[in-house]
Design a protein around this ligand. Structure first.
Ligand code: AAO
Length: 492
């Protein structure tokens, strides 16, 4: 399950957090396909609880009511249409599946009209009843909730923030969950982000994944398994380890974003990135999905704190450029919406804000500006030139190693990827003014950070690599984008 199943030559996904299915279909055709993205992580596609207090927070989608494909992102017909259109332009869809639990307490109806009652554990839309949930015989925390992350039994058998915990040891529950995932596979999704995987026993996940079909041969080669990455937060200090899950499928690497933030905020000199990877206490590159921030920690959820986000755009772009230039891990670019942060005593009081919406609370579509960036409240980091051009860089240098490492002994670094690409990052307080070995063939290259290569011309800075592979770089420490990246795809 660890093979990303991207179309050939594509190596990065983007999380289009809270996007509508109709917008994603359009985005695949107009942008993600042409600009070389492998795929999209989508918000949970199944029916969820409608939360009105606060009014329609993003997190209502992490409270399943049934496995019907009806949400604020769209109808089942729109979902099917999106998957088909994206696959046709070689862009994969990865569904966020919430299978550890159903809703919290209270009753009402979901986005698809199904009734639920978290008090009596009744979910007729599946159907699940009280027999299908962990109870006092499995969970010994007293109030039924998780408090002690150092007790693996409690983390897996009790309730995560009071969310009703499914009894995944039961065949019936495994079957219902596998049916849901197989329905998505049959429609044409390429894989899954498995929410709260740490809160399920590895053996139970193995059993569920063992029931999954191969991918739909309308879009994929026969015999291909879905790509699975499990959300396991392992910062090193708790009883549950990511290593319990990596033999099953990939895991999300949360150490990555914290360490990278430390570097690009200047607290840990970039020169140390020379041995970035497993030497930093992180899992094997083939076992992880890596990202600078995610939908939780960018707003202080999930332990939050400390990561770079689009709000710190200068450091964020540097960090993302490094992530995409470096071979470690399977890369995911976060794509956010804006919200009015209101930080009181270190906590954002508005961290529940849902996506941009219309008066009837339906999700507002994104608009596109002349410079390709988004409007209507959508941040669209995946459409920032400094980011999408590095997605293309990664595609071009794939399979090569880090060579020609250079640093100034402090916070400025440079390296090549084989003889195909070269990047210089100046996170220091002085300019970089240096003649560096790029490892690239002689020629004039277009810096894809400061510009684009359009109609045979470079709209940004040109870099001249001599016959000896050397080139001169001047990067002001005051530049908004103190990065230069060149590759053989943009040789003038
Ligand atoms: C909402 C309300 C709740 C209410 C509940 C039920 O906010 O007040 O009780 O409904 O009515 C999202 C939101 C939740 C929301 C939920 C359901 O974030 O606020 O609850 O939807 O609507 C743990 C899990 C991890 C989880 C994360 C949020 O392990 O799986 O919490 N992430 C996923 C999703 C997330 C979603 C859910 C799961 C639920 O991505 O969006 O919740 O489907 C430690 C542990 C982590 C733990 C964190 C937070 O980490 O290692 O495993 O994550 O704590 O509890 C420092 C910190 C340490 C932290 C660590 C790592 O060291 O000290 O606490 O960093 O970051």
């Amino acid at each position: 399950f660890s093979n990303p199943t991207c179309a050939p030559g594509r190596y990065t996904i983007t999380h289009l957090f809270e996007w509508k299915w109709t917008d994603i279909a359009d985005e695949c055709e107009k942008f993600l396909g042409p600009y070389g993205y492998c795929g999209v992580q989508i918000s949970p596609p199944n029916e969820n609880r409608v939360v009105t207090s606060p009014n329609r927070p993003w997190w209502e989608r992490y409270q399943p009511v049934s496995y019907k494909l009806v949400t604020r992102s769209g109808t089942e017909a729109e979902f099917r249409n999106m998957v088909d259109r994206c696959n046709k332009v070689n862009v994969r869809i990865y569904a966020d599946v919430v299978i550890n639990h159903m809703t919290g307490g209270g009753s009402g109806s979901g986005t698809g009209g199904s009734h639920y009652d978290g008090g009596s554990l009744s979910y007729p839309g599946v159907p699940f009843s009280s027999w299908d949930f962990n109870a006092g015989s499995e969970c010994h925390s007293g109030d039924g909730d998780i408090h002690n992350y150092n007790d693996p039994n409690e983390v897996r058998n009790c309730r995560l923030v009071s969310l009703r915990d499914l009894k995944m040891s039961k065949d019936y529950v495994r079957d219902k969950v596998a049916d849901y995932m197989n329905n998505l596979i049959n429609i044409g999704v390429a894989g899954f982000r498995v929410d709260a995987a740490k809160h399920m026993w590895p053996g139970d996940l193995r059993a569920v994944f063992g029931k999954l079909h191969n991918l739909n041969t309308k879009y994929f080669n026969s015999g291909q398994k879905p790509f699975i990455f499990q959300e396991v937060i392992d910062m090193g200090g708790e009883a549950i380890k990511a290593a319990e899950y990596t033999p099953i499928a990939r895991v999300t690497n949360f150490i990555y974003g914290i360490k990278i933030a430390d570097v690009f905020r200047g607290n840990n000199p970039a020169k140390y990135l020379k041995n970035w990877g497993s030497a930093w206490g992180m899992p094997s590159p083939f076992d992880v999905v890596v990202f600078i921030d995610n939908h939780d920690n960018q707003r202080g959820h999930g332990g939050g704190g400390g990561v770079l986000t689009h709000f710190e755009h200068r450091a964020y772009k540097m960090a993302t450029a490094f992530m995409l230039a470096h071979p470690y891990g399977f890369t995911r670019v976060m794509s956010s919406y804006d919200w009015p942060r209101n930080i009181v005593n270190g906590e954002d009081k508005n961290n529940w804000y849902g996506p941009p919406h219309n008066g009837d609370m339906s999700i507002k579509g994104r608009s596109i500006k002349a410079d390709l960036s988004c409007g209507n409240g959508w941040t669209c980091e995946h459409r920032w030139r400094q980011i999408y051009n590095m997605v293309a860089f990664r595609n071009l240098v794939f399979g090569t190693t880090v060579n020609n490492w250079w640093d100034n002994g402090n916070k400025a670094i440079a390296f090549s990827r084989g003889n195909r690409g070269f990047i210089v990052i100046n996170d220091d307080t002085a300019d970089v003014n240096a003649n560096l070995q790029t490892g690239l063939p002689q020629g004039t290259y277009c810096d894809v950070i400061s510009g684009n290569y359009e109609n045979g011309a470079c709209t940004g800075n040109e870099v001249h690599v001599g016959g000896d592979g050397r080139a001169h770089f001047h990067i002001s420490h005051q530049s908004e984008d103190p990065v230069v990246a060149i590759h053989i795809g943009k040789l003038l």
